[in-house]
Design a protein. Structure first.
Length: 274
């Protein structure tokens, strides 16, 4: 049994499926961190209320954690001045608003593309996404709308073509997607950085937030992620895509990777706070 399937995690998974029907989990598009936080709420009525508010108010996982720990639901029920409690909650969660990272996934499951032949090219992957755009938007996440494929941007006398461009109405910014076969390289990150800078200069509106760049690759390199500008830039991301449903072994590896990253983030937060 893999490390991600110890007794505690198995109990959490069982509790998850008992508390949240899988059809609702898919439809609501909250992260696993949101659900793990909600599982700690024993009162079913309060749990359902926090779930709906997390969706309606676009709470990040940290904002949800804050609201639950301060008994927001209970205080709201007990208060005679609900508007004051609501305003206090908004003020205290403003700094915990969702960031671009909260809207992106890793990995993306693209089994609906039916890419059975492993010899497909990047152009075929792009065409398959366009042909299954509705399913891709659902997998991409909440708030995204398709803008254009192979959108041209110009620098001096050279043209660049961005594979896919989307807009997120919640984040109020563009998302540029570059499709890559094989392992993530430093050059891929540098190229996306150029795209984002040019796009901000040429296409970004005055009321738009900074553009996000996502390199979607078939094999992610943790070394490139750690030792490239991805570690510093808040607008550049890399994610892996799977052209098929993951096997049990792959799921175990992803669970273990997610847990390792979560531990590293907590350790880094501890260093930053000290």
């Amino acid at each position: 049994m893999g490390k991600g399937f110890d007794v505690t995690n198995l109990r959490n998974m069982r509790q998850f499926y008992q508390s949240f029907p899988i059809r609702d989990a898919v439809r609501l598009e909250l992260s696993w961190t949101h659900y793990r936080t909600l599982l700690r709420v024993e009162n079913p009525q309060a749990r359902d209320w926090y779930l709906q508010e997390a969706i309606n108010q676009s709470w990040s996982a940290r904002a949800l954690e804050r609201q639950i720990s301060t008994l927001y639901f209970e205080r709201l029920l007990a208060s005679q001045d609900k508007s004051q409690v609501e305003q206090e909650a908004k003020d205290n969660t403003r700094s915990l608003a969702e960031t671009a990272k909260d809207y992106l996934r890793d990995p993306y499951i693209l089994d609906f593309l039916n890419l059975q032949d492993e010899t497909y090219q990047e152009s075929q992957l792009e065409q398959a996404i366009i042909s299954n755009l509705q399913q891709f938007l659902l997998e991409l996440g909440k708030g995204f709308a398709f803008v254009e494929r192979q959108q041209r941007i110009r620098f001096d006398d050279e043209d660049f073509y961005i594979d896919l461009v989307f807009y997120n109405f919640k984040l109020k910014c563009f998302l540029l997607v570059d499709l890559k076969l094989g392992k993530l390289r430093h050059q891929d990150i540098g190229q996306m950085d150029t795209y984002v800078r040019l796009y901000d200069e040429q296409r970004r509106g005055s009321d738009d937030n900074p553009t996000i760049g996502l390199v979607l690759c078939s094999e992610k390199s943790e070394a490139v992620v750690k030792y490239s500008m991805l570690a510093e830039q808040k607008q550049l991301f890399a994610a892996k895509y799977l052209p098929y449903l993951p096997t049990e072994d792959e799921l175990k590896r992803e669970l273990e990777r997610e847990r390792t990253q979560a531990v590293e983030q907590l350790q880094q937060q501890g260093l930053d706070d000290s």
